[in-house]
Ligand binder design. Structure first.
Ligand code: PLP
Length: 396
């Protein structure tokens, strides 16, 4: 019989959960009844959704759904093996070729998620003779990818170029130095100083890797990402992207050279030891990439919505410093963030509180995610809730 909640060896878990509750850090899952969109159904009630990474509204786009259905009919539901044995289907390869065109690079390799793409890239590239230098606010998937690798680990202060330079100077004795940064920082929505970072990497002969999970589909004329936005495609060695945010389905990829792709085929543990996407996922991701290459109207709509909403929040008295469609309302203590989130839900707005360990203990927030899918009327309804709660909770 499986252990139960009262199983005596596991009883310590109840104490750990209680400790999280006492610190207002306890999270439980919210279940969406039906599709992901600007409005969702929670407990039978329709509410506005300001927490999804569905930047372009592609989670429910008809062309992506049709591609998934057709691929299921053509191929079935599974890849059948890991990529490096016999699990590479032509639809996986088609997606990789389209992504290379989209990211203006020689070759890409798709992984099951952005999380595993970071792990696969770093694990393929570096060993104990090398050095990684990571921004202090990088995403957890980079932190874990670095932890899993044997290279020596350094962290530079968030977007602090003087600190990065000092640490690069100290690291000259290593075989390779890899600087790794988010393109858009996922909790604050600020953009990395990529031109300065690229200059330092050239000056100190370091490799540069950008995790553009929140930049892809968002920055650049057609959503090519922050690297293209800054004109740095030929100066960034590896770009990681995700298919699970703006691109609407799931998966991650590493965009780089053909040689880097070949290296990952030989070394990236998530490719060697875990089964890839089913054909339906590869097909919907391919449809998303093709849509972005040919049509940038959703990217434009996303920015229109974001600029309107941010300006109106400012007019209401909220301070939001962000360069992107990630708009954090930072309130400080986690209890306050949980209260704001709860009161927003009472007003028909879902916006998840983000607390430690996702952000620092004194920087709890409600993080608002913009989407091209919002209508102006929906944005105004969200703003009305913030207008009411700003005064009630003394936020403005
Ligand atoms: C910067 C960054 N990198 C990677 C990931 C992981 O992406 P995925 O959800 O595709 O695993 C995320 C997701 O939150 C992210 O914000």
């Amino acid at each position: 019989m499986m252990p139960t909640a009262t199983h005596n060896k596991l009883s310590f878990i109840a104490d750990e959960l209680q400790a999280l509750k006492d610190q207002h850090l306890y999270q439980s899952l919210v279940t969406v009844q039906g599709p992901q969109g600007p409005e969702i159904t929670l407990d039978g009630r329709t509410v506005l959704n300001f927490s999804a990474n569905n930047y372009l509204g592609l989670c429910t786009h008809p062309a992506l759904k049709e591609a998934a259905i057709k691929a299921t009919e053509k191929y079935g539901v599974g890849a059948g093996a890991v990529r490096t044995i016999i699990g590479t289907l032509d639809i996986h390869q088609e997606l990789e070729i389209a992504l290379a065109k989209f990211k203006h690079c020689e070759a890409t390799m798709v992984f099951q998620s952005g999380f595993t793409a970071n792990a696969g890239a770093i694990n393929s590239l570096l060993n104990e003779e090398d050095y990684t230098l990571s921004d202090s606010l990088n995403h957890a998937s980079i932190i874990d990818a670095v932890r899993l690798n044997k290279a020596k680990k350094g962290v530079y202060l968030h977007s602090d170029m003087a600190d990065l330079e000092a640490k690069l100077k100290d690291a000259q004795g290593f075989r390779h130095r890899l600087v790794v940064t988010d393109g858009v920082f996922s909790m604050d929505g600020d953009v990395a100083k990529l031109p300065d970072i690229a200059d330092l990497c050239d000056q100190y002969n370091a490799l540069l890797m950008v995790d553009d999970a929140h930049g892809s589909g968002v920055f650049g004329e057609h959503g090519e990402g922050t690297v293209a936005h800054f004109g740095l495609c030929d100066r960034v060695d590896l770009v990681v992207g995700t298919l699970s945010k703006a691109l609407g389905s799931m998966g991650g990829y590493v965009a780089s050279t053909q040689a880097m792709r070949d290296l990952m085929v030989n070394r990236a543990r998530p490719l060697l030891f875990s089964t890839p996407h089913p054909p339906s996922v590869a097909a919907s991701a391919l449809a998303a990439v093709n849509l972005l290459i040919t049509d940038n109207s959703l990217v434009k709509q996303l920015w229109d919505n974001r600029n309107y909403f941010k300006a109106e929040m400012k007019r209401l008295g909220y301070t939001i410093t962000s360069d992107s469609p990630i708009l954090p309302v930072i309130v400080g203590e986690s209890e306050r963030a949980q209260l704001l989130s709860k009161r927003l839900l009472d007003e028909g707005v879902f916006a998840r509180a983000i607390v430690f360990p996702t952000v620092a203990k004194d920087k709890a927030r409600v993080r608002l995610m913009m989407s091209a899918a919002f209508t102006r009327e929906q944005l105004d309804r969200g703003l009305a809730a913030f207008a009411k709660l700003g005064k009630e909770l003394s936020l403005v």
